[in-house]
Design a protein around this ligand. Structure first.
Ligand code: MRU
Length: 345
């Protein structure tokens, strides 16, 4: 992704491996500062994923892949390293896909690099297919951050916007702020600003207002896990955006690489939903919002039923939910995507 660092435009990845160390942009610090965290062992990797220094399903997978390659180089107990990394975040399917890929490939650094390169080039393809849905002067709404930070490069939901913008189309993006962790306000807005894409941050509860006023042409979001039926999990708040889009006749697309599809699950009821600390809801920047007596509930994801989805934008093309068996057949012929993780629940 393009980044302006001290007045200079540079290309940076969300996570990479250098001299046996896994380096990642600490996303908790953005947009105030670009700080790089060096993970030196599997404990650091598990911490980075759990504490969300790195987040977004594909980026979690790539971090796990590099982390396991590093653990192998370090001579760590690999069963223990896998166990630690596997237990960090339960919803993002890419995590399990990446772990299985690394197991099958002997935890080699070359395999982790291949995994990372595959994911980013597949996301570029998502951008190319998704670009076809974007007309000139489109007004697009997105939720959470499904940009380069969430992938390594390009993004999923943001990739079509990058390519549309680069090809000269004029766009305007409504960026849902995405409480409680504000991935929209802090990360998506930052990425769009770096690319010079016109946008505005809106409060999560403002989306319906703009949709009803006829000011949103298209919704594109990412996903953490997509089941065989097309029901999918994404950041909490996605479901209500999908319902609002259908109510207002607005196309609603989900952008994700093959690594996010879990065909072992028949429907959304089986997706494990991560519950995070109530403190993420109760506090902002260390300041408590509600009374001392109150607690909070904090599901990190919700499940949107397939009937709200106009299509899934993937590296294989765009598929309606009823056409997912076709996607499954394409994935079965694709050596990189073929393996199905054994226990991703
Ligand atoms: O909790 P997060 O920030 O990891 O959640 C991220 C999302 O919900 C993204 O939309 C999803 O992982 C797709 S990222 C390309």
């Amino acid at each position: 992704m393009k980044m302006n660092i001290d007045g200079e435009t540079r290309h940076l990845f969300a996570v990479w491996m250098e001299n046996g160390v896994v380096r990642l942009i600490d996303q908790r610090k953005l947009p105030e500062k670009i700080e790089i965290f060096d993970a030196k062992n599997s404990d650091d990797i598990a911490y980075s994923i759990k504490d969300m220094l790195v987040r977004g399903a594909p980026a979690i997978g790539v971090t796990a892949a590099y982390g396991l390659a590093m653990a192998k180089i370090n001579g760590e107990d690999m069963d223990e390293a896998v166990r630690k990394i596997r237990s960090t975040r339960p919803t993002a399917y890419d995590l399990f896909k990446a772990i299985d890929f690394m197991k099958e490939n002997g935890f080699l650094e070359a395999a982790a690099r291949r995994y990372s390169n595959e994911i980013s080039s597949r996301c570029k393809k998502i951008g190319e297919y998704g670009n076809e849905l974007i007309g000139n002067d489109s007004r697009i709404l997105t939720h959470c951050n499904a940009g380069a930070l969430a992938v390594v490069d390009w993004g999923t939901a943001i990739a079509p916007m990058r390519i549309a913008h680069d090809s000269g189309k004029k766009l305007f993006v409504y960026v849902d702020e995405t409480r409680p962790r504000l991935q929209g306000a802090r990360l998506t807005a930052w990425e769009l600003a770096q690319e010079g894409i016109d946008h505005a941050i809106i409060a999560d509860n403002a989306a319906g207002h703009y949709m009803k006023a006829g000011k949103v042409d298209l919704v594109i979001v990412g996903a953490d896990r997509i089941t065989a039926s097309g029901d999918f999990a994404n950041k909490i708040g996605t479901y209500e955006k999908a319902v609002l889009a259908k109510e207002n006749g607005i196309p609603f697309y989900v952008a994700a690489p093959g690594s996010t599809f879990d065909f072992s699950l028949s429907g959304g009821q089986d997706i494990p939903i991560e519950e995070r600390s109530p403190d993420e809801v109760l506090y902002i920047e260390g300041k408590r919002l509600g009374p001392e007596q109150s607690t909070a509930l904090n599901p990190a994801f919700d499940v949107t039923p397939f009937r709200y989805v106009s299509g899934f934008i993937t590296e294989y093309g765009i598929f309606r939910p009823e056409d997912l068996p076709k996607l499954r057949r394409s994935m079965e012929k694709d050596l990189f995507m073929k393996a199905t993780p054994q226990d991703a629940k």
